[in-house]
Design a protein around this ligand. Sequence first.
Ligand code: GRF
Length: 196
Amino acid sequence: MTKRVAILISGGGSNMVRLAESMTGDHPARPCLVVSNDAGAGGLARAAAMGIATAVVDHRPFGKDRAAFEAALTDALEAQAPDILCLAGFMRVLTDGFVTRWQGRMLNIHPSLLPKYRGLHTHTRALEAGDAEAGCTVHEVTAELDGGPILGQARVPVLSGDTPETLAARVLEQEHRLYPMVLRRFAAGERGRVDL
Ligand code: GRF
């Protein structure tokens, strides 16, 4: 049975595009929805151009009421009956309630070699620490921020003269390789780690 994948974005959606492009042929999954918390997210037009249903659930009208925002988000998601959620540059922290509902069926990509550098500004922190390598991680989402079971990682060298921007660009290239590989295995029911 083909798995239905909803992808959650907040920005340009380059990871979303690679995920959607990968779900063809004998791939066990297909994209069913791209949803953003920001109506201005560039990824929405990219998804529409690919023929994927899109939705916007703007978080701002809900203020600090995360549960109300997530209830609206859940309505948008359930309308497309996804089997798997992929967070791809989705910049809202999700409550335990939402995560519990989707636990075991929700993935995220994070631009560091977790457990190092959970949270934001990962490349700046890696450069400040003088790390020789950096990378990205795909993990299952649990209530612990950036803390769920790791399903895959990709490593890149930190080069002399790197800035957060040059390092981010090098890592992003690997994100685009790693996330589709992990999603395909996850959708097929495989749980072994991918290491690139
Ligand atoms: C990526 O760097 C990802 O690691 C982080 O947000 C960025 C998403 O970029 N979570 P895009 O919207 O997929 O291009």
